[in-house]
Design a protein around this ligand. Structure first.
Ligand code: B1N
Length: 845
C-alpha cells in the first residue's frame, strides 16, 4: 500500500460518503451519545443512569479514536517506517475517558454535551473502573511511554496480556490486616478495546524437541499442548495529534472447545480440562513485584503458570511482529532495520531464544545469521538491582515446558562462554559468574544475563541506577562487551495525566501565567522554567497556594465520602504512596510518626500550640505472601486508630492509611501533597516515578540520595529538597557492621529504641504481634533503619521549620514545578527513539 494506488474496491465516492470523521461540534457529540445509548446500550432518557451515561460517552469517544487509529495504521502501512515494540507484562493504564477526550481536544465539547443531556461530566468520569494490569512503577511507566510515543508521533506498539483479573483489590480488616479480593475489571463491556477475533496464533508448550542429525543445528519441536492467542487492541491516542497507536493484549483460549472423545465417553470434566488450562494462562496478573518467582513461595504449578504466561505472550507477539514484517516482502536479514523490540525488564526475555528458534528451525538461517539478527533487534531495560528480584528459572522447569528453548539457551551459553574464555583465558571464576546457568540444585537460568547478551543495548532507569547496573550486577559484562553498550534513560511521566488531568486548575494557572498555549508547553515541558520569573509575584504565589489548598480539600472530601473520616485541611499534607516493601521503608516513616506522637504527648499545651499541624497519608498494596509488608500495614492502621483518637494531639497530628491504592487514587493524592516521602535505603530504588509526579504538582520532596531523587535535586537545587541518610557507597560497610559488629539499638539510636519499646509494650494494641517486624530492625537491619533514623528525624524537623515560613515554602513549590521539564516521558521516549531504536517521528499525513 503506497497511497498512490487506485481505489481498492467499489466506488470511491460511495465509500467516502459513508465514512465519518472525528466529531467536532457539541451537536455531533450529543447525537453520537444518544445513538449509542439507544442502539449500543438499548437505553433512553428514561432509564439511563450515570454509569450508562459514562458508557454512552465512552462509546462516542471511542468512535472518534477509531477514526484516528485507522488513519494512523494505514499511514504506517504506507510509509513502512521502522517501528518499536514495547513488550511489557504490565500496563497500568488507569482510567481512559478523560485522557481520550483531552488528547482528542474534545473535553470542553463533551462536558457541554453531557450537560445538555442532564449529566455532569465529573460524575461520569468517576464511574469508570481503572484498568489495573500492573503492580506499580514498572507498569505505570509503560503506560506513560505509550502516551508519549503517540503524542510525539513515534511508531511504537505495546504488547502485553489481557488479564481477566488485574491487581487485586485491597481491603483492610478491622484488625488492620490486608485482605485481597479479585478485581473483575471486565465485568462490564470494555469500550476501550477492540476484539480482533481473527488475529490469532498457536502457541505450543511441553512436547519433544528433536535435533536433526544433518549438522544444521535445527530441531523439530512437536507434541505437547497447543493454545490459541487472540488479539485485543487498545487505542492509544496522542495528545493534540491524529496519531493513535496500538496496544495489543493477548488472551489465551483453547485450540479446540473441548475434547470430543472424553465428552462422548461421558467424562465431561476431562472433556473441558484442557480448555480450562488454556484459559488459565491469561487469567490473573501476578501480584509479586521485586520477587523472583523462585522466592515467591509458591507450589511448582504456580511458577509454571508464570513461565507459561511469559512464553505465551512473547511467542504470540513475535509471531505477530514477524507477520507484519513479512507482509512488506523484505528479506528476513533486514528485520532489525524495521523492528526494535524493547524488553521491559527480564519478563519477556524468552523472546530471545524464541526468535532464534524461528530463524533457525523455521527460516532455516545459520546460527550466526540468526544471532546477528537477534542481537540487533532487542533492547533490554533493567528496573532493579535487588538480588531477590532478579529472575531465574529452574532448568528442569524450562526443559519440561519449553524443551527446544532450553536447547537454544544452552547453545547460546556455549558460544558465549567460548568467547569469554578467549578474552579471559583460564579465568574460571569469571566463567561461572557470567554463565547463563547458575549451578545448584536445581540449576537455574539467569534471565538478566540472557537479556543482556541477546540485546543491542542495555539501560537502567536513572543515572545512579544505571551506574549500579554497570558496576554490580552486569560488571563482568561491561568488561567483556565494552561500556558503550550500557546506557541510561532516566524515567519520565506524562504531564498530560500527571499535571493537566489531575490538577487542571494548576495547569490553567500555568497557561495563563506563561502566556504559552497549553498544547505547546504540555509537549515541551522545559517551558515550565518560565515560572521562575514569577516566584516574586505575590499575587501569583497566592493563586498557587490557593490551588494547593483546594486540592487538599478535594482529597479531604474524597476521604470523607469513601471512608467517612474527617481530615483537617489546615495542616501540612505529608504523603507516602507506593508498593509496600522493606526497601522502600514505610516502616521508617511510621516509626517517625510514632516518634512525633510521643514528642507531642510529652509537651505542654502551650508548647504544642507552636507546632505545625500535620496529616500523614499512606497508601499501597503488599504482595499477598509478603508477611513483613502486611505487618507494616497493620501497624500503620493501628497507630492511626490511637493517634486520631487522642484528644491531646489530634489537632496536631492525624494519620490515614487509604485502602486500595490505584492510579485514580494517586490522581487525587498527588496534587494535594505539601511534602512526599521517597526514603528507600540508598542504592535500592532504581528510579521512582511518583517522586516526579509530586514535584510536577508543586509538592516538595523528602528523600534519600537514591534513584531519580538525585536528578530531581540536581534540577531544582538542593536547597529546595530535603535529603537525609547514608549514601550508596556506605551501605555495604554498614551492612557488614550489622552482621559482624552489631551495636545494641539503645546505644546506637536511643530515640528509635524508645519508639520500638512503646510498640512492643502495646501502645498500639497487641504488642507481640509486631515483634517479627521490629526484629527485622533489631537483628540484621538489612535496610539500615537504625543508621538513618536520627538524620530522618532531623530532616522532618527541617521540613517543619521550612513550612512555618509559608511564603518561602510556596516559592520552593513554584521553583520545583518550574524545574521538572526533564522528567516528562516525552523526553525519555525521544531518547529511546533516537539513541536506542533509531526511529523517526512519523506523523499522519
Ligand atoms: O520500576 C520503576 C522504577 O521507577 C522503580 O524504582 C522500580 O522499583 C520499578 C518484578 C518489578 N523494578 N522492578 C519491578 C515489577 C514487577 C515484577 O514482577 C519487578 N518494578 C520496578 C520503573 O522503572
Amino acid at each position: 500500500v503506497t497511497g498512490k494506488e487506485k481505489w481498492p474496491k467499489g466506488e470511491e465516492e460511495v465509500w467516502k460518503a459513508g465514512m465519518r470523521g472525528v466529531d467536532k461540534d457539541v451537536s455531533d457529540i450529543t447525537k453520537s451519545f444518544v445513538n449509542h445509548a439507544q442502539t449500543s446500550l438499548a437505553r433512553q432518557a428514561y432509564n439511563l443512569d450515570d454509569f450508562g451515561a459514562y458508557e454512552a460517552a465512552a462509546l462516542a469517544a471511542r468512535d472518534d479514536l477509531l477514526v484516528n487509529w485507522n488513519e494512523t495504521q494505514l499511514n504506517y502501512t504506507r510509509k513502512n517506517p521502522k517501528r518499536a515494540y514495547y513488550l511489557s507484562l504490565e500496563f497500568l493504564m488507569g482510567r481512559t475517558l478523560d485522557n481520550a477526550l483531552l488528547n482528542l481536544g474534545l473535553k470542553g465539547e463533551f462536558e457541554e454535551g453531557v450537560k445538555k443531556l442532564g449529566f455532569n461530566m465529573e460524575d461520569l468520569l468517576e464511574k469508570e473502573r481503572d484498568a489495573a494490569l500492573g503492580n506499580g512503577g514498572l507498569g505505570r511507566l509503560a503506560a506513560c511511554y505509550l502516551d508519549s510515543s503517540a503524542s510525539q508521533e513515534i511508531p511504537v506498539w505495546g504488547y502485553g496480556l489481557r488479564y481477566q483479573y488485574g491487581i487485586f483489590q485491597q481491603l483492610i480488616s478491622p484488625e488492620g490486616n490486608q485482605l485481597e479480593a479479585p478485581d473483575p475489571w471486565l465485568e462490564h463491556q470494555n469500550p476501550w478495546e477492540l476484539p480482533r477475533l481473527d488475529v490469532t496464533y498457536e502457541v505450543r508448550f511441553y512436547g519433544h524437541a528433536e535435533r536433526s542429525s544433518d549438522g544444521s543445528g535445527r530441531a523439530n519441536w512437536s507434541g505437547g499442548q497447543e493454545v490459541m492467542a487472540v488479539a485485543y487492541d487498545v487505542m492509544i491516542p496522542g495528545y493534540n495529534t491524529k496519531t493513535t497507536n496500538n496496544l495489543r493484549l493477548w488472551q489465551s483460549k483453547p485450540k479446540r472447545g473441548f475434547d470430543l472423545n472424553s465428552f462422548n465417553a461421558g467424562n465431561y470434566e476431562a472433556a473441558v480440562e484442557s480448555s480450562n488450562s488454556a484459559a488459565a494462562i491469561t487469567s490473573v496478573l501476578y501480584p509479586n513485584d521485586h520477587t523472583s518467582t523462585d522466592l515467591a513461595n509458591e507450589a511448582t504449578v504456580g511458577k509454571e503458570l508464570r513461565l507459561k504466561q511469559q512464553y505465551f505472550w512473547t511467542a504470540a507477539s513475535l509471531a505477530d511482529i514477524l507477520r507484519r514484517f513479512k507482509n512488506t516482502g523484505k528479506p528476513i536479514t533486514d528485520f532489525p532495520d524495521y523492528a526494535a523490540i524493547q524488553l521491559n525488564d527480564t519478563h519477556p526475555t524468552l523472546a530471545i531464544p524464541e526468535l532464534m528458534r524461528i530463524l533457525i528451525d523455521e527460516e532455516e538461517l545459520s546460527w550466526n545469521q540468526a544471532w546477528q539478527i537477534v542481537t540487533n533487534t532487542f533492547f533490554y531495560t533493567n528496573h532493579t538491582v535487588l538480588p531477590e528480584a532478579l529472575e531465574k528459572w529452574a532448568v528442569p522447569l524450562v526443559e519440561h515446558v519449553l524443551p527446544r528453548h532450553l536447547q537454544i539457551i544452552y547453545d547460546i551459553n556455549m558460544y558465549f562462554l567460548q568467547a569469554v574464555e578467549k578474552k579471559f583465558p583460564g579465568d574460571r571464576d569469571r566463567l561461572a559468574r557470567m554463565s547463563l546457568i547458575e549451578e545448584g540444585y536445581p540449576k537455574q537460568v539467569r534471565m538478566a544475563h540472557l537479556a543482556c547478551i541477546g540485546s543491542r543495548k542495555v539501560n537502567g532507569v536513572a543515572e545512579l541506577h544505571s551506574e549500579l547496573v554497570r558496576t554490580t550486577i552486569l560488571k563482568d559484562f561491561v568488561e567483556f562487551e565494552g561500556v558503550s553498550k550500557f546506557g541510561n534513560v532516566t524515567n519520565g511521566v506524562t504531564p498530560r495525566r500527571w499535571l493537566d488531568q489531575c490538577n487542571h486548575e494548576l495547569s490553567d494557572l500555568i497557561t495563563k501565567t506563561l502566556k504559552i498555549e497549553k498544547k505547546v508547553w504540555l509537549k515541551d515541558l522545559a517551558k515550565l522554567e518560565g515560572l521562575l520569573a514569577f516566584t516574586e509575584d505575590k499575587n501569583f504565589r497566592e493563586q498557587w497556594a490557593a490551588i494547593k489548598q483546594r486540592n487538599k480539600e478535594r482529597l479531604a472530601r474524597h476521604v470523607q465520602t469513601t471512608l467517612g473520616l474527617t481530615v483537617r485541611t489546615d495542616a501540612m499534607f505529608d504523603v507516602q504512596i507506593k508498593r509496600l516493601h522493606e526497601y522502600k521503608r514505610q516502616t521508617l516513616n511510621i516509626l517517625g510518626v510514632i516518634h512525633r506522637y510521643l514528642t507531642l504527648k510529652s509537651m505542654t499545651p502551650a508548647e504544642r500550640s507552636k507546632c505545625n499541624r500535620k496529616v500523614v497519608f499512606f497508601a499501597g498494596k503488599a504482595a499477598p505472601a509478603y508477611y513483613i509488608a502486611k505487618l507494616t500495614i497493620r501497624l500503620i492502621v493501628n497507630v492511626a486508630r490511637v493517634i486520631n483518637a487522642d484528644a491531646d494531639t489530634k489537632d496536631f497530628l492525624q494519620l490515614y492509611f487509604l485502602p486500595d491504592y490505584s492510579v485514580s487514587l494517586a490522581e487525587v493524592l498527588i496534587p494535594a501533597s505539601d511534602i512526599s516521602q521517597h526514603i528507600s535505603t540508598a542504592g535500592t530504588e532504581a528510579s521512582g516515578t511518583s517522586n516526579m509526579k509530586f514535584c510536577l504538582n508543586g509538592g516538595l520532596l523528602l528523600g534519600t540520595v537514591d534513584g531519580a531523587n538525585i536528578e530531581i535535586a540536581e534540577e531544582v537545587g538542593e536547597n529546595n529538597v530535603f535529603f537525609f541518610g547514608h549514601l550508596t557507597p556506605a551501605v555495604e560497610d554498614l551492612r557488614y557492621q550489622h552482621a559482624y559488629h552489631p551495636v545494641p539499638i539503645e546505644q546506637k539510636c536511643p530515640a528509635l529504641a524508645k519508639v520500638l519499646n512503646e510498640v512492643s509494650a502495646g501502645m498500639f494494641g497487641d504488642g507481640g504481634v509486631y515483634e517479627p517486624l521490629l526484629n527485622t530492625i533489631r537483628q540484621g537491619d538489612y535496610y539500615l533503619l537504625t543508621d538513618d533514623f536520627d538524620s530522618y528525624i532531623a530532616a522532618l524537623a527541617m521540613v517543619d521549620d521550612a513550612y512555618l515560613d509559608r511564603d518561602e515554602w510556596i516559592k520552593k513549590s513554584i521553583r520545583t514545578t518550574a524545574k521538572m521539564g526533564k522528567f516528562s516521558s516525552d523526553r525519555a521516549i525521544l531518547e529511546y527513539a533516537e539513541s536506542y531504536w533509531n526511529l523517526e517521528q512519523t506523523p499522519v499525513s
